[in-house]
Design a protein around this ligand. Structure first.
Ligand code: GLN
Length: 196
């Protein structure tokens, strides 16, 4: 892919604008996605932070849940941050009754995991061998366990928990890189999109 890839940000709920800004700063053409036709037009997608239960219910109401699952399954590069990470998990702990995800990454994600100890915090962590970055966690999940095909890209204190993972074209972080002005995570994703 030589020209700028078109990357959608699922715009049902959550911090959409911040992701659009970070993607644009990372060399992508970023667009908001609310409908199936918009979803079909993008090369890749970001699932923003917000509230995974709300995102799931709105995706159902907007008839996007199945189209999203299909595109993720067919290999569309997708990056989920915080609530977006929950959406990409094959299995979740601590969800509400009946809570559904899109799935795609062979992992168990614990919802509101750090939140039981402390609601929001910052940590410095190594991301994908690209040096240390400041990570912002807001009622964040952590990754409880991963399957053999999942690459761990970052861990954080407290507890040395897994907070960044990749499985093929799917990337997920517990934290919110869109809030810090550091575009290394978004640049990593844009590179993934260009390579795939
Ligand atoms: N706790 C939220 C959820 O369950 C995620 C929080 C976030 O995205 N900042 O979806």
């Amino acid at each position: 892919m030589t020209s700028a890839p078109t990357i959608g940000v699922l715009a049902l709920q959550g911090d959409v604008r911040e992701h659009v800004r970070a993607l644009s700063a990372s060399g992508a053409r970023a667009v908001a996605v609310r409908r199936q036709a918009e979803l079909e037009a993008v090369d890749a997608l970001v699932l923003p932070g917000g509230e995974s239960t709300t995102m799931w219910k709105l995706a159902e109401a907007f008839e996007l849940l199945e189209p999203l699952r299909m595109r993720v399954k067919s290999g569309m590069p997708t990056y989920g941050s915080c609530a977006g990470m929950i959406m990409l998990a094959d299995r979740i702990e601590g969800g509400v009754e009946g809570q559904q995800t899109l799935g795609g990454i062979d992992m168990v994600v614990r919802r509101n995991a750090f939140g039981r100890q402390v609601d929001s915090f910052e940590a410095s962590l190594d991301f994908a061998g690209r040096g240390r970055l400041r990570a912002v966690f807001i009622r964040a999940p952590w990754v409880e366990s991963v399957g053999a095909d999942v690459e761990v890209l970052g861990r954080a204190e407290p507890g040395d928990r897994i907070v960044a993972v990749r499985q093929g074209p799917l990337l997920a972080t517990s934290f919110h890189p869109e809030l810090t002005g550091d575009t290394r995570v978004h640049s990593y994703f844009v590179e993934m999109v260009r390579e795939l």
